[in-house]
Design a protein. Structure first.
Length: 576
């Protein structure tokens, strides 16, 4: 696992047992200091236990590589020593491990504490446990079981000691953009490429257990089939690789097992197994071709012959796809919106014509209500789309773009009046918000994850950002690299992509969007539509030369080009 993944979690630390020969008598214990306080004779030695508790913020590479697991939450430890053979108890000691404990000193990286024990020469077994409470109370965090050591008369003895972290839970997270979701809710792996998952054991205080005191992991198929597993290796002990079948909707359940060389998993409260599911999502790409009178559908890797949708179409203009992958196509000349179910080549399952008049753009909200704009209104249709629609006309003036925020508020870009109007459900009243400052022919709208509204001003050659309640001046005005912006899209990290139709470029901007583009994709041909897939690939529709360019992150390489079946594409969409 990469070092930076654990920077937030503290570090590993060393525990040393240093033994030196001295003279005889019963065992003596000093909770701190360089040596035992009782007299020692020729037949005695000292066992010196030094433990360093890392600070939670410690993150240096050398600390992370330390060869024992000690949790940053450690507050005390217990030491039990018995003779071997025989099992006669010699020492039962509890030691505080905080900066104010006897024998402890603190640095920015760790708190180092020492326990020195005088023992007769001979063979012994030691058991050590660490806890997050004082005096051996609270959660047990790590343990060293029956560690054999020998005190040789008149000699210094160094004994390696490993503490195994006790797992309270096993954690699975995606290691790359194409793996989305969670361990509890299930993961979705987008595309057909192999992807990594990170598997971790966490101690009771939520710290990652790594190093020789950590378990080894094995992943196995529990239910379903199709995925191929590559289990962790010695060089990548926390990385599991899954290769999906490349079939949309294939789901599989996996069992994760943590194993130790000792009996750590038998300790009360130790959690050494977990299950989770992964679904493969292979997205279909749609392109609407008004001049050809069809919609073309492409399966990954998108370069083959597409399926062509022509049934009930004449001049299709825009697209929308719902959560069930049903496709909606707005036809400008027929004044209809038709809905198609996979595999899309049959007759439409729904045809909407009531109040449809030259439809130009569509959006679906969180409950699959469909919003359609024409030259003078926005019309809302509720599933199954056969009832009387709601018509939104108040202050609407040549609507050219629509967007919905997470609160269900509808925003409309009005081209002829250079305004954006915002409406609250049921949308039939006067606008709750009217934005005019910085607006100049608003042809595209988009919201970022924080709820800020972004407006592409096609004539103004800017993209303007407005923070809620959206009534003031723009929060940011982006002009660098902007030339006739026609489409906006955000990735999950908040990066903004702009299709510059007049400039034949796509520009990417990082938050807070005040600087020059971080990436400029040139050589495009009147780009007018953008979408991002679940793997982070960027699709660009080039209206002038009838192609779609696909750029893989970080978007600086040569794109894959789709040309088969395309005729001046005006909109593109992907299935969820």
């Amino acid at each position: 696992m990469s070092a930076d993944r654990f920077s937030r979690l503290g570090s590993l630390v060393a525990i040393a047992v240093l033994l030196a020969g001295c003279g005889g008598g019963a065992a003596a214990v000093a909770p701190g200091g360089p040596a035992a306080t009782s007299p020692v004779g020729a037949d005695r030695g000292t066992a010196r236990f030094t433990i360093a508790v890392p600070k939670a913020s410690a993150s240096t590479a050398s600390a992370r590589r330390s060869p024992r697991y000690v949790s940053p939450a450690t507050a005390s430890m217990t030491v039990s020593i018995v003779t071997n053979p025989g099992g006669s108890s010699q020492v039962n000691e509890t030691v505080g491990l905080t900066p104010t404990s006897n024998g402890c000193s603190s640095t920015l990286a760790s708190t180092s504490c020492t326990l020195t024990i005088s023992l007769p020469a001979g063979s012994y077994d030691a058991a050590i446990s660490t806890y997050d409470g004082a005096n051996g109370t609270g959660n047990e965090l790590s343990q060293g079981q029956l560690v054999d050591f020998t005190i040789a008369e008149g000699q210094a003895n160094a004994i390696a000691l490993t503490l195994s972290g006790i797992p309270a839970s096993l954690h699975v997270i995606g290691a790359a953009y194409p793996v989305q979701g969670s361990q509890s809710g299930g993961f979705t792996l987008y595309g057909a490429g192999a992807q990594n998952l990170i598997v971790e054991a966490l101690d009771p205080d939520g710290n990652v257990i790594v190093g020789p005191g950590s378990p080894t992991f094995t992943l196995a198929q529990s239910a379903g089939s199709g995925f191929t597993i590559a289990n962790p290796t010695a060089t990548s002990p926390n990385t599991v690789k899954l290769t999906p079948p490349g079939t949309n909707g294939t789901s599989e359940t996996f069992s994760l097992t943590a194993a130790y060389s000792d009996s750590t998993c038998s300790i009360s409260g130790a959690v050494c197994s977990a299950t989770f599911s992964v679904k493969n999502d292979v997205q279909t790409l749609f392109a609407v071709n008004p001049s050809a009178g069809d919609v073309t559908a492409y399966a990954p890797p998108y370069t083959g012959t597409p399926a062509t949708i022509t049934n009930s179409l004449s001049e299709p203009f825009s697209l929308a796809v719902d959560a069930s992958s049903n496709l909606f196509v707005a036809d400008e000349s027929l004044n209809t919106v038709t809905e198609y179910a996979p595999p899309y080549t049959g007759a439409p399952i729904t045809s909407i014509s009531s109040s449809v008049n030259g439809p130009k753009q569509m959006r679906l909200d969180a409950v699959s209500d469909l919003f359609v704009i024409d030259s003078s209104a926005v019309t809302e249709y509720a599933p199954p789309y056969t009832g009387t629609p709601t018509s939104i006309t108040n202050t609407i003036s040549e609507p050219g773009a629509i967007a919905l925020n997470t609160s269900g508020e509808l925003f409309v870009g009005n081209l002829s009046s250079n305004k954006v109007t915002g409406y609250t459900s049921p949308y039939t009243g006067a606008p709750a918000v009217t934005i005019s400052t910085g607006i100049n022919y608003p042809g595209s709208l988009a919201f970022d994850a924080a709820g800020d509204l972004f407006v592409a001003n096609q004539t103004g050659e800017t993209v303007t950002e407005y923070a809620a309640p959206y009534t003031g001046s723009p929060k940011v005005t982006i002009s660098s690299g902007i030339s006739g912006p026609e489409s906006l899209v955000f990735d999950p990290l908040g990066n903004l992509f702009v299709a510059n139709h007049a400039g034949n470029t796509v520009t990417e901007y990082a938050s807070p969007y005040t600087g020059a583009p971080v990436v400029t994709l040139s050589g495009l041909s009147q780009p007018n539509a953008l979408v991002l897939d679940g793997a982070g690939d960027l699709f660009v529709a080039n209206q002038a030369n009838s192609t779609i360019s696909i750029y893989a992150p970080p978007y600086t390489g040569t794109p894959t080009t789709i040309s088969t079946g395309l005729s001046h594409p005006d909109a593109i969409q992907l299935t969820p």
